[in-house]
Ligand binder design. Structure first.
Ligand code: NAD
Length: 542
């Protein structure tokens, strides 16, 4: 602890830049994009502050131009993962004792680097690696990441300030120790901010980390590591390994010093990791913390009192921005019959107006899906819908992977509320709509609640307060983030802590103090000023 109760800068949300034609930020990001697109980078492993080349490499390509190579990354062998673990444990000796304000300063500096000198680079990298439009890159890689870093520092000090009561002769102190051992961050492709937040928030709380990013996000993960290095994260605190996820995970989870998993990704993988941790439980020195944010099958339900334009906009933005590849993306909608004709007309008109192509052309609202596996999976569901009698594609349904993995935004209307694409997470630009009788609102709420295994996000649109109240109650356990008269995406750090329950995750709310609490193990220190000198209590007296 330093010699003072230091106040941290008050966190605020990084303002989202517009990238309107002629704006300096637009010029800067396009310049960075062009330069990065035509050059090639080589991404090493990061172990003990060293850049490790293994010689065993894979290439990286943008999803919207998959024959074009933008670089290579190095694959770890088991020995590299073991080295990452042992150097993390060595770094823990000093990092876990580092005064909190020094840790805070590093990550506050990282926030300012991203907000300023690295902004164009991290956005351009996210446009190239994950095929995000500039707006999607800006709200993720720049703003959300900066918000995580700033707010986490504030939340950390809020946690530290939480102290038990004391009396004049006993001073009780809570010390928020980092976990004993090392932690493991496994991150998804779809958010650069999540990739940066999972390892860094654990490190901020004094932990050491082995981080395994998604193969499809390594290009922008490299910029995150550039920032962490420049901000001064010491050697061995965050170690990065790429490669076979099964080998890496087996190596990590078989270490007796493994103390926590911070995962974001699909439900099945998370459950497998949980099972593996359970199987190893007798080997660990401490009970590992397990935090996972996983899949979703997020809903929009409109009441007959809803405004049609608002319903359509919630669907269009909620389902199709970033090609529906957000865990919170609207992927099933329930529309009352009386609104359907108008909703359908405007929905088709809106989807027809989308331009699709490379994010470099800023007129494009839709770009490519992340990789061939995702493309092929989406095509399978689209082709099945074309064949099924209880499904009809009213717009979209075409696809082309000759240059990039492009799937047309697709709207399926089904007469079967339990139709496959009403239940399964597709993770692409496909939404399925069920039309219900106006008077069946209550029954439809029940359907919404029971149709999928997930409970991440959902939205109700209505002007009738009784309908809003009924939906809020009936859907209490159907979503961890519930929206009234809005789209179900776009949670902002510090404003809407994010996460869901059921098969959607442990609901430890990324972007809140609740999440950070999982990465500390409090020690209570009781200090007694007048220490008893006789065991006999007064009641034992004559
Ligand atoms: P994914 O599950 O395919 O991959 C996530 C991570 O797990 C990657 O790093 C991957 O390499 C790793 N992985 C894959 N197989 C593994 C294995 N056998 N052992 C260990 N690690 C393994 O997910 P994705 O495609 O990158 O991301 C999309 C998924 O993430 C969707 O299901 C989405 O809903 C979910 N997601 C959830 C949230 C949330 O906050 N709830 C946020 C973003 C994404």
């Amino acid at each position: 602890m330093g010699k003072g109760f230091f106040n941290v800068p008050i966190a605020y949300n990084e303002p989202v830049k517009t990238y309107a034609p002629g704006s300096p930020e637009r010029d800067a990001v396009l310049k960075a994009y062009k330069e990065m697109f035509k050059s090639k980078i080589d991404v090493p492993l990061y172990i003990n502050g060293k850049h490790v080349s293994t010689g065993n490499t894979k290439t990286m390509s943008p999803p919207h131009d998959h024959k074009h190579i933008v670089g290579t990354y190095h694959l770890a062998e088991k020995s590299h993962v073991e080295a990452a673990i042992s150097t993390a444990l060595e770094a823990r000796k000093t990092w876990s004792q580092m005064p909190w304000e020094q840790r805070a300063a590093i990550f506050l500096k990282a926030a300012e680097l991203i907000a300023g000198p690295y902004r164009a680079k991290i956005n351009a990298a996210t446009m190239i690696a994950q095929s995000k439009t500039i707006h999607q890159a800006e709200i993720d890689a720049a703003c959300e990441f900066v918000d995580f870093l700033r707010y986490n520092v504030q939340f950390m000090t809020d946690i530290y300030a939480e102290q038990p009561e004391s009396t004049s002769d006993v001073w009780n102190r809570l010390e928020y120790r980092p976990l004993e051992g090392f932690t493991y961050a496994v991150t998804p492709f779809n958010f650069t901010a999540i990739a940066g937040n999972l390892p860094s928030c654990m490190a901020l709380m004094g932990n050491v980390v082995v981080w395994k990013p998604s193969d499809s996000q390594i290009y922008s993960a490299k910029v995150i590591m550039d920032v962490f290095e420049e901000a001064g994260v010491p050697a061995g605190v965050i170690n990065v390994v790429f490669g076979d996820p099964i080998m890496i995970t087996n190596t990590v989870l078989s270490s007796p010093d493994f103390s926590g998993l911070h995962f974001t990704g699909s439900t099945f993988i998370f459950k497998e990791l949980w099972k593996q941790i359970g199987n190893n439980i007798h080997n660990y020195k401490t009970y590992p913390r397990i935090v996972g944010e996983t899949g979703g099958k997020d809903f929009v339900i409109a009441h007959k009192s809803a405004n049609v334009k608002q319903v359509v906009t919630a669907i269009v933005r909620g389902a199709f921005e970033f090609q529906g590849q957000k865990c919170s993306a609207a992927s099933r909608a329930y529309i009352p019959k009386s609104l359907w004709t108008d909703v359908k007309k405007q929905l088709i008109a809106d989807v027809k107006s989308f331009k699709m192509g490379s994010p470099e052309d800023m007129g494009n609202f839709i770009t490519a899906v992340i990789h061939e596996g995702s493309f092929d999976k989406l095509v399978k569901y689209i082709e099945q819908a074309k064949k099924d009698a209880d499904a009809e594609i009213i717009i979209g349904g075409n696809y082309d992977k000759s240059k990039g993995y492009f799937i047309e935004p697709t709207v399926i209307v089904t007469t079967n509320p339990k139709y496959e694409t009403m239940r399964t997470e597709l993770f692409g630009p496909v939404i399925t709509i069920y039309i219900y009788e106006d008077e069946a609102f209550s029954d439809t709420l029940k359907l919404v609640d029971e149709t999928s295994e997930y409970a991440l996000t959902g939205a109700v649109l209505a002007t009738d307060r009784y309908a809003i109240t009924e939906a809020t109650t009936a859907l209490q356990n159907s979503a961890g983030n519930f929206y009234i008269n809005d789209k179900p995406t776009g949670a902002v750090v510090g404003q809407q802590p994010f996460g869901g329950a059921r098969a959607s995750g442990t609901n430890d709310k990324a972007g809140s103090a609740q999440n950070l609490l999982r990465w500390v193990s409090p020690r209570l220190i009781k200090e007694t000023f007048i220490t008893p000198t006789d065991y006999r209590y007064p009641f034992l007296g004559e």
